[in-house]
Ligand binder design. Structure first.
Ligand SMILES: Nc1ncnc2c1ncn2[C@@H]1O[C@H](COP(=O)(O)OP(=O)(O)OP(=O)(O)O)[C@@H](O)[C@H]1O
Length: 296
């Protein structure tokens, strides 16, 4: 269990990226959903012990993360949003090197670990190729391979599917799903489907605060009977937004399908079974209403 209590972070320039975040994250896949700038990466780096928050505490099992970051690191697998450098050495050699850094000193054991990870992440056939030449999807799978070295009990993946094509995204999510239920996996993302597809528990982070937390299924149920749909010409969208609480809209066959949140059926709308997207956009709309400047 990962426990965050009152975690806040204010950057030196005054930006309050995290504001009193309190969360209990159980074993299994946990989705942290939020728009760009919500504070997700700051939170991921903070949990990983790479950045000290300005207030609050974090515990993972019996580890006090802020006091004992080295202890956490031994049991942590981290896939940052951006690796930064992609070396010109092969995936196999790089994993071997990273396994040394993770403390696997025995060469034979290391070879076994690296081979297993290359197979698990479907990179065996390209193990001899330079990572610099990998596609986005291959890089992300390599990122998971390195995060899994040493059987971590806490795995953090930050925005892993951004920029992947649908096939690679599926591959990647399948890989995450197979990691196992006995570890805490935090999936930070702004893509609602990633969470809907994979995570039995989730939280929405916006403007540095936890706006919503729970099981996606229950959260979806909480909007039952309050989401309504209508298809309109796109020119009518501004009027619609002025008249209703529009939580989402998408183009379909040249028109716009709008979803609105309302306790009673608005004139001309049909009831629709809401999804996690509706829950998410409704939460963001409420956040914006509460603090327009921050959540813009
Ligand atoms: N080093 C920094 N100094 C000052 N402000 C920062 C720094 N890093 C992030 N911020 C600000 O803190 C807020 C949260 O940023 P963060 O990167 O954690 O959000 P995010 O949810 O991960 O968004 P994104 O997906 O765009 O990275 C933003 O307003 C961002 O501009």
């Amino acid at each position: 269990m990962l426990e965050l209590s009152g975690v806040s972070h204010v950057y030196p320039n005054g930006t309050r990226a995290l504001d009193d975040v309190t969360l209990s994250i159980p074993k299994g896949m946990f989705g942290l959903l939020g728009p760009n700038g919500a504070g997700k990466s700051t939170l991921m780096r903070t949990i990983a012990g790479l950045q000290a928050p300005t207030a609050g505490s974090i515990r993972f099992g019996d580890i006090d993360v802020l006091a004992e970051p080295d202890r956490l690191r031994r049991t942590l697998g981290y896939l940052p949003q951006d690796f930064g450098v992609y070396p010109r050495i092969s995936a196999q050699a790089m994993l071997d090197h990273m396994a040394v850094l993770k403390g696997i000193g025995d060469a034979k054991e290391r070879r076994g670990v690296v081979e297993h990870l290359l197979n698990q992440t479907n990179l065996w056939s390209v193990r001899g190729k330079a990572i610099a030449g990998f596609s986005g999807g291959m890089r992300q799978r390599f990122g998971i391979a390195q995060a899994l070295i040493g059987d971590p009990e806490l795995i953090i993946v930050d925005e892993p599917t951004a920029g992947l094509d649908p096939e690679e995204r599926n591959r990647f999510l399948n890989l995450l799903a197979g990691i196992g239920e006995n570890v805490v996996v935090i999936l930070s993302t702004h893509i609602v489907e990633d969470v809907a597809d994979l995570c039995p528990r989730m939280a929405v982070l916006a403007a540095g605060r936890v706006q919503l937390e729970g099981a996606p299924r229950e959260l979806i149920r909480s909007t039952a009977g309050r989401v309504w749909q209508r298809t309109i010409p796109h020119t009518q969208l501004p009027d619609m937004q002025a008249a209703h609480e529009v939580i989402s809209h998408r183009f379909f066959a040249g028109e716009i399908v709008v979803h609105v949140l309302a306790d009673e059926r608005p004139e001309g709308f049909d009831p629709v079974v809401g999804g996690l997207e509706d829950v998410y956009f409704a939460t963001l709309a409420e956040t914006r209403r509460a603090a327009p400047a921050q959540a813009a």
